[in-house]
Write a protein of this length. Structure first.
Length: 318
């Protein structure tokens, strides 16, 4: 069932298909009062202790613990989080914690854990739309997917999500990409390299070395769109970007490798359902591999290659 977020209170935000009720304002998440959502996550502040051996929690690394129906996360100097499958969220925030970083973790790692608990598919990618064709761009961290997404946005593409893209089937079984927070996270070097227009505002995100960048109001899409193409972007030594079509098997492998916090899948006993979702999605979209040059000199050629992928995907679906 899809709900609407019209007339929701000030501390509720729709992020990646989830109506998130936060006990604190999320400073770097733009408010939106007309975005649909699939499920609810309700937060409250409460003291939390780290899980101890023998109390049912399994340590899976990266300061995360799991047990049936729940995930615990700890971020040193920021907060501890307990998220449950039934939509409960407890936060134990450190004194003086940076509110921008708190927003970042709530809308990233914490939300990703909740999506896995609900059996939904969060992809580590940027997603943009042109002429009704939605393209997800995935890459290893620091390879430039958000940079390319922001550059595409400045050249007329409509952004839908950055960093975490929720994919969920609609009533007809079509895999839909759901909107994330209306912002990109870019390094100062990326900002200098792509020269965004003055209408894009930015704000430093403490401790991460990144900056939060907002496109002009109304530019970010606030409704789900059927995903048409998936691009696996990798760095290479070529001077000119190379775009390759992927087979169904290759597309499934790419989806698997770019799931956000995929280590949670097996630990939550969701491997079978996850494999089924990846196969269903791969059968509906066209997969591509985009080998990119280093630096920003080939940015226009990269943008052109993404346009070619969107055109090919649009032809395949028509």
């Amino acid at each position: 069932m899809v709900f609407s977020s019209a007339l929701i209170p000030a501390c509720q935000y729709v992020v990646s298909g989830v109506l998130l009720t936060s006990p604190r304002p999320l400073d770097l998440v733009p408010a939106d009062q007309d975005t649909p959502f699939l499920c609810r996550l309700t937060g409250q502040e409460a003291p939390l202790s780290l899980p101890l051996p023998g109390d049912g929690w399994q340590d899976i690394g990266l300061a995360m613990w799991v047990r049936p129906g729940a995930v615990f996360l700890s971020v040193h100097g920021l907060a501890r989080f307990l998220v449950t499958q039934d939509g409960g969220l407890s936060l134990d925030v450190e004194p003086g914690a940076d509110q921008g970083m708190l927003s970042h973790y709530l809308c990233g790692h914490v939300l990703g854990a909740f999506l896995h608990l609900r059996g939904l598919l969060p992809l580590h990618a940027s997603c943009l739309v042109r002429d009704g064709v939605a393209v997800a761009i995935a890459a290893e961290r620091g390879t430039g997917k958000s940079t390319l997404g922001a550059a595409l946005s400045a050249r007329g593409w409509r952004p839908l999500a950055d960093d975490v893209v929720l994919l969920a089937p609609d009533g007809d079984g079509r895999m839909m990409a759901w909107p994330g927070p209306a912002r990109f996270r870019l390094s100062s070097l990326s900002l200098a390299g792509i020269s965004l227009p003055p209408s894009y505002q930015d704000y430093p995100l403490a401790e991460s070395g990144k900056r939060t960048v907002w496109p002009p109001p109304g530019h970010w899409l606030n409704h789900p769109v059927p995903l048409s193409a998936m691009i696996d972007m990798t760095a290479g030594g070529e001077e000119i970007p190379r775009l390759e079509r992927l087979s169904l098997t290759q597309t499934v492998a790419v989806l698997h490798s770019h799931v956000f916090r995929r280590r949670l899948i097996a630990r939550l006993g969701a491997s079978h359902d996850f494999a089924r979702q990846c196969l269903s999605l791969a059968a509906q979209i066209q997969g591509f591999r985009l080998v990119r040059p280093a630096g920003f000199d080939g940015l226009d050629a990269l943008i052109s290659a993404v346009g070619d992928a969107a055109e090919l995907a649009g032809q395949s679906s028509s």
